[in-house]
Design a protein around this ligand. Structure first.
Ligand code: SF4
Length: 373
């Protein structure tokens, strides 16, 4: 398992972030929070897909009043995302939010910060200080610009700007002896984000929510997010992750889970190993791999809830096929117009090409049944 830097544990409802807790998966709803039915439906879908905690936007009083009813309909902790308005933060706490995302430096008056901190303390609710590149102050941006123009490294200068801003918010909370804090420092720029998290990880022991903000959509957004988050997680940095993608948040959850499983930071689910094929392949391996994936995807949820792994290998020929197929729970190594089926490391039988799909799917379902029962 990838070793992780040990951070101060923070409790969010039924979940712990930091300490020895596994890295958790976060997402954010894109429904109108005031539409309680639609938001609850989306959160329940995210939870089923493996989301551990969810954030909702709280732009006004109607949205904050939805938190209480939502809490009764969802199985995971809820974070209220609030900007500038201490009254919304106080009401979110009254409604039972499990965590606030709120930058104290953005509240206008000291007494407003104090009131929110007192209420959060009383209820044992943590606050995430979340600094995004897009919301840095004009002064901080100008300082950054001057440094870059003077020849300073862009990623380092940007990272320092993000960290200094986060520390300024943190100092406000620490002055009020509030340390139930999670920190995030997000930018679209991946090297800058990585540098910022390295810096803050060295300077504080608060747990870190990591993400690449506004990463985009589709393949580009996934690659950008995984490059940044993967680099940090491989260094042991990151206690909770959000992959921010334009579109259905379900995709964020699926990508986050797969990333964590790839780094051996989360267990449970289906893993498909398949080769890229080459001139040695004598079966239609690409089509077979796709059909196997489609047929076995429904097993994923059961495996995930049982915290069990099932590894299936679909390989084209004898060069790498038998090795990968043996390492999997179920695998095939293609040959001339057919292939060998392996199960738990041993050859079971030889099948003609047309029989490979039903044979591997049947064997995988049986292994999954054995695994999750
Ligand atoms: Fe080519 Fe065989 Fe490797 Fe697949 S397993 S890429 S067919 S050499």
């Amino acid at each position: 398992m990838t070793p992780r830097l040990r951070r101060r544990p923070v409790r969010v409802g039924s979940l712990t972030i930091g300490g020895t807790a596994p890295v958790s998966v976060q997402s954010m709803t894109n429904t109108d929070t005031r539409d309680i039915a639609a938001t609850a439906l989306q959160i329940n879908g995210l939870a089923e897909a493996g989301c551990d905690l969810v954030r909702v936007a709280v732009p006004d009083l109607a949205a904050v009043k939805a938190i209480g009813p939502l809490q009764k309909q969802i199985p995971i902790p809820l974070i209220a995302d609030i900007h500038f308005n201490h009254r919304l933060a106080l009401e979110a706490l009254r409604q039972g939010a499990d965590k606030l995302r709120l930058n104290p430096g953005n509240l206008r008056k000291r007494e407003h910060v104090e009131a929110v901190v007192r209420a959060a303390k009383r209820r044992g609710v943590p606050i995430r200080v979340g600094v995004n590149w897009g919301s840095l102050s004009p002064q901080t941006r100008s300082r950054f610009q001057r440094r870059v123009e003077a020849g300073d490294d862009r990623a380092e200068a940007g990272a320092q700007a993000l960290v200094q801003t986060a520390l300024s918010h943190l100092r406000i909370l620490e002055a009020l002896e509030f340390r139930d804090v999670v920190i995030s420092l997000k930018a679209f720029d991946v090297p800058m984000t990585i540098a910022a998290y390295r810096l803050i990880a060295a300077q504080t022991d608060y747990p870190l929510h990591i993400g690449i903000t506004e990463a985009g959509r589709g393949e580009a957004g996934i690659i950008r997010s995984c490059a940044g988050l993967g680099a940090l997680l491989a260094e042991g940095i990151g206690d909770t992750v959000r992959v921010s993608l334009t579109g259905d948040p379900l995709q964020e959850v699926r990508v986050s889970r797969e990333l964590l499983r790839t780094l051996d930071l989360k267990r449970g689910g289906l893993t498909l190993v398949s080769c890229p094929t080459c001139g040695r392949c004598e079966i239609d391996l690409a089509a077979l791999a796709e059909q196997v994936e489609q047929a076995l995807t429904p097993l994923d949820e059961g495996l995930r809830s049982a915290n069990r792994e099932l590894r299936v290998a679909v390989m084209g020929c004898v060069v790498n096929g038998p090795g990968e197929a043996r390492d999997a729970d179920v695998g095939i190594a293609g040959g001339k117009a057919g292939g060998l089926l392996f199960r738990r490391g041993a050859v079971v039988s030889k099948f003609a090409e047309a029989e490979l799909l039903p044979a591997i799917v049947r064997a995988a379902r049986e292994e999954a049944g054995r695994t999750v029962s």
